[in-house]
Design a protein around this ligand. Structure first.
Ligand SMILES: Cc1cc2nc3c(=O)[nH]c(=O)nc-3n(C[C@H](O)[C@H](O)[C@H](O)COP(=O)(O)O)c2cc1C
Length: 181
């Protein structure tokens, strides 16, 4: 463990930052108010398909998810680092997509209603199934109701060691059977 230097984020900076993550944009909307925030997601169930996100309760995106009961997860391609950098800060105006000039991808019917990011590698549209305070974040589990995959984009944008990175190279063939992911 790092010494207690009075920096309450010390363990997050040193240890949690060593967990490699795909960078995602979490989208949410309630009427005309729309937001998107840089974040990440992991899967927790295959049947039904479910993912979990951890949102800070002070973020607008978190409030919009709680009000609307839906969110989108747009996994970014390596070419979209600028989107991650811009969405990782709060923005003025009712529609953060419009303020940041991020082109939205509208949700299909019955998929929670959250806007996603056009041009992403993969998009999941979710409805909230569980929400619980966990430490300083809210852990939100969503059931995936719709998805859109761009099969031509495989070089994921990653976050690792407090830096952005690219996925590198593939070291096996696609598994023919067994674990589904
Ligand atoms: C690489 C990266 C990852 C982030 N991951 C998360 C996260 O998982 N949960 C979260 O609440 N905020 C995360 N943030 C911070 C939010 O993106 C940031 O607070 C954003 O300004 C929230 O915007 P909003 O208030 O419009 O929702 C991350 C930021 C960056 C740059």
């Amino acid at each position: 463990m790092a010494e207690n230097t009075g920096d309450r984020y010390a363990v997050a900076r040193t240890a949690l930052s060593r967990i490699p993550h795909g960078v995602a944009i979490i989208g949410a909307a309630d009427g005309a108010e729309r937001s998107c925030a840089t974040g990440t997601a992991m899967y927790v169930s295959f049947v039904p398909p479910m993912v979990v996100i951890a949102e800070h309760p002070g973020s607008r995106t978190c409030r919009l998810i709680q009000r609307s009961g839906g969110f989108s997860v747009s996994f970014l391609h390596a070419s979209q680092q600028d989107v991650a950098e811009r969405a990782g800060k709060s923005a003025e105006g009712p529609d953060k997509f419009a303020t940041l000039r991020i082109k939205p991808l509208e949700a299909p019917p019955d998929a929670g209603g959250a806007p996603a990011v056009a041009g992403s590698m993969a998009v999941l549209w979710c409805v909230v199934r569980d929400s619980r305070e966990t430490g300083d974040h809210v852990l939100i589990t969503g059931e995936v109701k719709a998805h859109e995959i761009d099969e031509t984009k495989i070089d994921a944008l990653l976050r690792f060691r407090r830096r952005y990175a690219h996925i590198g190279h593939v070291t096996s063939e696609e598994s023919p059977e067994g674990y589904p992911t």
